[in-house]
Design a protein. Structure first.
Length: 145
């Protein structure tokens, strides 16, 4: 096992935990909370889950994703110019753009929840989740060069 294997592992495991956390909250926790908890308790629980997940995202997932992503790109010789090249460059560029869009959607989701804009919060949560799955799909499409 090399250092770069460990860096790639951290990048992948962090992404898996982040996307898996989004899926778990959306597909497991939310339906149960909606069925089982009174509205006042549900809001309090879900806001707590959202704050905690946001805290983990900011303190762990984002720094690991950004740090390991930059390290891997430098190690592979990626330059700004190479992001326009067909294959690895363009797929990585799409992944980076989608990552930025997902971060914006996730931030707007948190803002909308704090300001009780439920419909907008829900649409941003869906956009963030779908975009996150898209990032994973793009990552698996990266050629192994």
């Amino acid at each position: 096992m090399t250092l770069w294997t460990a860096v790639r592992f951290l990048h992948v495991i962090s992404a898996a935990l982040w996307v898996g956390g989004q899926l778990t909250v959306s597909l497991v926790l939310l339906p149960i909370a909606k069925r089982s908890l009174p509205v006042s308790t549900r809001a309090q629980v879900l806001q707590g889950v959202g704050r905690r997940f946001g805290m983990f995202t900011g303190a762990f997932f984002l720094p690991v994703q950004i740090g390991t992503g930059i390290a891997l790109a430098v190690h592979k010789g990626v330059t700004w110019e190479s992001l326009a090249h067909p294959g690895y460059g363009r797929i990585l560029a799409a992944k980076l753009l989608l990552f930025c869009a997902v971060m914006i959607a996730a931030t707007l989701h948190g803002w909308a929840n704090r300001h009780h804009r439920t419909s907008f919060a829900r649409s941003m949560a869906i956009a963030s989740l779908v975009g996150s799955v898209g990032i994973v799909l793009l990552a698996t499409a990266l050629p192994a060069t």
